[in-house]
Design a protein around this ligand. Structure first.
Ligand code: ADP
Length: 192
């Protein structure tokens, strides 16, 4: 049973790494950004409420995000562990996740911090924009997302670092090698 978080700036390849790392540990990768995007595509009530925040690169309000994560983590496939990608993104979401897990007698085992220099991120995002056509992958919206990452999400890493739970992984280079490094680092941390 492994419960992991992955935290990294937009354009760091966090979503792809999350998928690969989760497969290795036989746990589902739960991406809040993906869940929001599929709700927007399917025009659900949540999608309608979340769309403008995604389009502007802003955080979706906590009451929507927290409820969505709480529901998702109660699904049967998440009972044997999970890798959360994109949540928590603020200190208040950290407390919310702590409470959600504590009510189930659970806790996070490790937090993967994916490091990548800012200079590379915009280039990667522009490449992804061509490949995937994500609506929020424009230079202006991307800068907003990166700015929010630095202002808000950095604190999330600090909170978990204070708990001695952060495994930092260099996120530049060949994606498969990054996956290998991340898996090795997490396994070492979990068995230490
Ligand atoms: P990235 O990390 O590249 O910005 P994500 O796919 O993780 O992309 O998130 C896309 C968007 O989904 C965010 O810009 C935000 O609007 C919304 N979102 C995802 N996770 C959260 C969260 N934990 N809290 C609030 N909004 C979120």
């Amino acid at each position: 049973m492994t419960r992991l978080l992955i935290i990294g700036p937009p354009g760091s390849g966090k979503g792809t790494q999350a998928e690969h790392i989760a497969r290795h540990f036989s746990i589902p990768a739960v991406s809040t950004g993906e869940i929001f995007r599929s709700n927007v595509n399917e025009a659900t009530q949540l999608g309608k409420e979340a769309a403008k925040y995604l389009d502007d690169g802003d955080f979706v309000p906590d009451h929507l995000t927290n409820a969505m994560v709480k529901d998702r983590l109660l699904d049967a496939d998440a009972q044997g562990g999970f890798l959360l990608d994109g949540y928590p993104r603020t200190a208040s979401q950290v407390s919310e996740l702590d409470n959600m897990l504590a009510s189930q007698g659970q806790r996070i085992d490790a937090v993967i911090e994916l490091l990548a220099p800012d200079a590379e991120l915009e280039q990667r995002m522009l490449q992804r924009a061509k490949e995937q056509g994500r609506k929020d992958d424009t230079v202006d919206v991307f800068r907003r997302r990166l700015d929010l990452y630095h202002r808000e999400t950095h604190e999330v890493v600090s909170v978990y670092a204070g708990r001695g739970m952060v495994v930092s992984v260099e996120g530049s280079g060949d994606p498969d090698e990054i996956t290998e490094r991340a898996i090795a680092a997490v396994e070492k941390f979990l068995t230490a």
